[in-house]
Design a protein around this ligand. Structure first.
Ligand code: PEP
Ligand code: MG
Length: 901
């Protein structure tokens, strides 16, 4: 046989690992394996073996699994079967023939085989399969006689030549489909099932001709040769392009390899007492206890998968094959109980006899997952820990936000980065101001911009959702939207947002202000179609799961919240305090902008202090609101962080205004000149590495003084009013040198002394620069707590601009296997994570009671949460809407890795 596969084995070339083949068993009969052998037998093989043990050999057609080790050996051997495999294959085949009491290629009553892939983790549709293997020109006649079903025999043979041709010889699917279409047209029929035996025979000839045309060889008549080629093709498909791409996305390592399952075929297309289907042990959408699924009478499994025929509901099976249906329900219960998880099975009924072909844990939406976890405990299926482990924490997001109606049909207009989950629909507006006006007029709007900036925040409140054409998951729009729970899609680069023309051009489609647009921040989809949304329900089951999670976790969960509304939401979702209040957001309300600008424009310290005096009562009120919501809980207030120029208009904008003012000889021209000059002064080439954070506090201490005073006064007021103050933590951003923190600590203590209210508070720092990490022991001496700012720490460790990279090179990096996760989303454990580890242990060494938290975006990511648990942090802080996810993820981390330092 001519292999059409190019040599694809470079990833393994040069590895000297002694091929496991020479010494290790490379094939296991189903009766020899178990579910614990997933790594070696793949998910499907391990579960087939387990099912054989649990249900008995009569329920699972006999077979064997060629191990993943054999596949790895094959790849290392550049496409040669590893030593020992051919012999083991012969022996396994003999055993199988013995059990099936049929022989492969028997011209009278042949054994037919299915050959299917089965990786450690399921990769649906990515790897190859060959069915009906073992037929040839002679045995097809034998099968017809033995089954007294000529149609079945020839339909099986044409399926074999078609699949084998496609998978093993690379005959293009289009050519094969075309041949079927031509035959159907000539016969004047619409369905494959209407083709006569004569037409099926003709189709076999068509396929053989295509086979010859593609490979230069005749279709192989030797069944054992067919088997070897089919196994080879499944191995090869592991390194096929679509499988490689799929693995990049799902982060599955290339060197796992796939197992191959060889199993006796059973026939669901053997007449009216036969059929095939897929079933879930519970309703796969809601998790309610009734099994659900699809069933097709007189058909083979691939008819369901390929969509060639429309299946009926499982209830139809109860009507036509009641006994098999009853057995199926019984088996679903048994399997669910045995595997301790909701099952998703494939089955076939051959002449009223039910066979199980596959079982696996069912993928299910969050609602079904939560319901199953709670019901499972109530039914004694498992304990609470196991129940928590059956839930995919990240998917819980869907329970907290509106979603696109899953039944709606729509055409995506563009796709961007899914920056903040939930769906939103509304009319397009292009400025924050317009969003505010529209909201006041009661309209639902989506704020559409190339990027957003600090002074767009009022628009975020007003809009239902935010859509930008630039930026990534750590961009301003994404952070603010996530914090507020607003759905947001960023970096939708197909959008050309023309602010001046107030229109968006997407590949020739032009949308104007006021046009309807819908975004899905969970998937990144943007559509101009009118799609309805469905509201999520947070039900009793979810509450119960969260309570179990709280009982089990070590990590505390706080929220990043800047407003009383955020704080309320955070508390509602179970946050144990605020881990980050970004105070700069408080200056963004439009009515505060003039004061803020006056402060920035101030030429002297006196002028600046005057402007700050105006801001002080406003800040005080903000903090009072926040503290009232969080009485008794820790609240970490971070002092001003961003570069000042973020609060000024852009130089181009001012220059344009200035020109107009001069042209019109307006009085404000002089003032605009001053603004322009100041904007130029403040402009920096790399503002994220510029005059921001503690550096502002050092240069302009009066800003931090004002903030510290507002915080102390507000907390005192709440204490005096309610008898309970928040546990105050004042946090200094972007510290690199211990002296910076020391100076700021002195400043805060001085202000507190001046206020003389006796209020207790802590002073600590963000740890978000590599220098701070490696010298954390020095910084710890002057800090009461550390909070890891992993957004900036990722940015400064990797030298990746947090606002740009996701839309630029991260996707290419993931695709090419340079990285397997977006580092602003999931902590880069070996790199950035090492710095966190170093800083945590150095900090604790210097000060054993140092509180350690993390408030970067990764604080809400389940995988990162597992890492922070292992490092032994005290808490994670994330956006209010991720708090429930973090609670469950923290519990899962504690269950899987109990010993945190
Ligand atoms: C961080 O850098 O991780 C952080 C939380 O602060 P910000 O995102 O505001 O810079
Ligand atoms: Mg930061």
């Amino acid at each position: 046989m001519v292999s059409t596969q190019s040599p694809r084995f470079q990833p393994f070339a040069g590895r000297t690992m002694e091929t496991a083949a020479a010494t290790t068993k490379l094939i296991f009969d189903f009766s020899e394996g178990s579910r614990d052998m997933r790594d070696l037998l793949g998910g499907k093989g391990a579960n087939l073996a387990e099912m054989t043990r649990v249900l008995g050999a009569n329920r699972v057609p006999a077979g064997f699994t060629v191990t993943t080790d054999a596949c790895v050996g094959y790849m290392q051997g550049n496409g040669e079967f590893p030593a020992g495999l051919p012999e083991e294959l012969n022996e396994a085949l003999s055993r199988l023939e013995g059990r099936a009491t049929k022989r492969l290629g028997d011209p009278e009553d042949p054994l037919l085989l299915s050959v299917r892939s089965g990786a450690r983790e399921s990769m649906p549709g990515m790897l190859d399969t060959v069915l009906n293997l073992g037929l040839n020109d002679r045995s097809v006649e034998g099968l017809a006689r033995a089954t007294r079903n000529e149609r079945l025999a020839w339909d099986s043979y044409r399926r074999l030549v078609q699949m084998f041709g496609n998978v093993c010889a690379g005959v293009p699917s289009e050519a094969l489909e075309q041949a079927i279409a031509d035959r159907k047209r000539a016969a004047g029929v619409e369905l494959d099932t209407e083709l006569s035996v004569g037409e099926l025979k003709a189709l076999v000839d068509d396929f053989k001709a295509l086979f010859h045309q593609t490979s230069g060889q005749a279709f192989p008549q030797d069944p054992e040769g067919q088997l070897r080629e089919a196994i080879r093709a499944v191995f090869d498909s592991w390194m096929g392009e679509r499988a490689v791409q799929y693995r990049r996305i799902r982060r599955i390592p290339d060197d796992w390899g796939t197992a191959v399952n060889v199993q006796q075929m059973v026939f669901g297309n053997r007449g009216k007492d036969s059929g095939t289907g897929v079933a879930f042990s519970r309703d796969e959408l809601t998790g309610s206890p009734q099994p659900s699924g699809d069933f097709l009478i007189n058909a083979q499994g691939e008819d369901i998968v390929s969509g060639a025929r429309t299946p009926s509901d499982l209830s139809e099976m109860k009507r036509v094959l009641p006994a098999a249906h009853a057995e199926l329900l019984e088996i679903l219960r048994t399997l669910e109980g045995h595997f301790g998880d909701m099952q998703d099975i494939e089955f076939t009924v051959e002449e009223s006899r039910l066979y199980l072909l596959q079982t696996r844990n069912a993928k299910r939406p969050a609602q079904a997952a939560v319901r199953f976890a709670v019901d499972g405990v109530a039914e004694g299926l498992f304990d609470r820990e196991r129940a928590l482990m059956t839930i995919e924490a990240g998917a819980l997001d869907a329970l907290l936000h509106p979603m696109l109606d899953p039944d709606a049909e729509y055409e995506p207009l563009a796709r961007g980065v899914n920056a903040s989950p939930g769906a939103a629909r509304g009319q397009i507006v292009f400025t924050a101001g317009d969003a505010v006006l529209a909201a006041e007029a009661g309209r639902d709007v989506i704020l559409v911009r190339p990027t957003t900036e600090a002074d767009d925040v009022a628009g975020f409140f007003a809009a239902r959702g935010i859509l930008t054409s630039e930026g990534g998951k750590a961009s301003h729009a994404a952070l603010v939207a996530r914090g507020m729970g607003r759905p947001c899609v960023v970096g939708a680069s197909a959008l050309d947002v023309r602010l001046d023309a107030r229109e968006v051009n997407v590949d020739g489609t032009v949308l104007h202000e006021g046009d309807l647009i819908t975004i899905d921040g969970s998937t990144g989809i943007v559509t101009a179609d009118d799609v309805s949304l469905v509201e999520p329900e947070v039900d009793e089951s979810f509450r119960r799961v969260l309570q179990w999670a709280d009982e089990r976790r070590h990590l505390g969960v706080r929220a990043n919240a800047d407003t009383p509304a955020d704080a309320r939401k955070a508390r509602e979702f179970g946050a144990a305090g605020i881990g980050l209040c970004r105070t700069e957001h408080m200056f963004m309300a439009p009515q505060r902008q003039p004061r803020m600008r006056a402060m920035i424009m101030a030429g002297t310290e006196r002028e600046r202090r005057d402007a700050l005096d105006g801001l002080l009562p406003l800040q005080e009120r903000d903090f009072e609101g926040l503290f009232s919501e969080m009485s008794g809980l820790p609240v970490t207030i971070r002092l001003f962080d961003p570069p000042l120029h973020e609060f000024l208009p852009s130089a181009e904008e001012v220059a344009r205004d200035l020109e107009r003012a001069r042209g019109e000889r307006r009085d404000d021209a002089e003032e605009l000149e001053r603004v322009l000059e100041r904007v130029h002064e403040l402009t920096e080439a790399n503002p994220m590495l510029g005059t921001r954070g503690v550096r502002l506090g050092i240069l302009h201490p009066e800003i931090y003084e004002m903030q510290a005073r507002a915080i102390i006064r507000a907390a005192t007021a709440v204490r005096d009013r309610t008898g309970e103050a928040p546990l105050l933590e004042i946090m200094i951003p972007l510290v690199a040198y211990e002296r910076e923190l020391e100076l700021m600590r002195e400043l805060v203590e001085r202000v507190a002394g001046e206020e003389a209210t006796g209020l207790e508070f802590h002073v600590g720092t963000m740890i978000e620069l590599p220098r701070a990490c490696v010298l954390a022991d020095r910084i710890a001496v002057v800090a009461d707590f550390f909070s890891f700012g992993t957004n900036d720490l990722t940015q400064t460790t990797l030298g990746f601009s947090r606002d740009d990279v996701e839309g630029k090179f991260i996707p290419a990096y993931i695709e090419r296997g340079i990285i397997d996760r977006a580092p602003f989303e999931t902590i880069d454990a070996p790199g950035v994570g090492s710095l966190v580890r170093i800083a945590a242990s150095a900090g604790r060494r210097a000060k054993p009671d140092l509180t350690l938290g993390i408030c970067g975006e990764q604080g809400g990511d389940p995988e990162s949460i597992a890492f922070f648990h292992q490092v032994g942090l005290d808490y994670v802080s994330c956006s209010p809407y991720r708090v429930p996810i973090a609670r469950v993820a923290a519990a899962q981390a504690a269950i899987t890795s109990p010993a945190h330092q």
